[in-house]
Ligand binder design. Structure first.
Ligand code: AMP
Ligand code: ZN
Length: 110
């Protein structure tokens, strides 16, 4: 999607502090961290959010979920919180699906 911020990061048109990349995924530091370590994990493919998924995405989503702890461990996170805001009412601001990984400190109760 040409006007999507995260598609531009995938395309290398906007810089990001990338920590992990493979053929399907990208992980990078959030520009406004809400914890000591705050990463975003995104599919390279443009998918708006969880509501946009179909059965065709099963392999991608299983890959993504299995990589979350790998990506967290690369940042020496023992425990971490994962958040995926879905839709405007949830507070989603960037409509390219992303999983927040928060950690590196004792997080407040949720
Ligand atoms: P959400 O509210 O779940 O849509 O989260 C969007 C996240 O993207 C926020 O935590 C922002 O701080 C983050 N963000 C916005 N622009 C950038 C950017 N250029 N690079 C990295 N993170 C960004
Ligand atoms: Zn996108």
């Amino acid at each position: 999607m040409s006007d999507c911020l995260f598609c531009k990061i995938v395309a290398g048109e906007i810089p990001a502090r990338i920590t992990y990349e493979d053929e399907l995924l990208l992980a990078f530091h959030d520009i406004a961290p809400k914890a000591d370590t705050h990463l975003l994990v995104i599919p390279k493919q443009h998918i708006e959010n969880l509501n946009d998924l179909s059965a065709d995405d099963a392999e991608l989503m299983s890959h993504l979920m299995l990589k979350l702890p790998v990506i967290a461990r690369q940042q020496q996170l023992n425990g971490f919180r994962t958040i995926a805001n879905t839709g405007k009412d949830s507070g989603q601001e960037v409509f390219h699906m992303h999983f927040h990984i928060l950690g590196g400190e004792q997080l407040p109760g949720f």
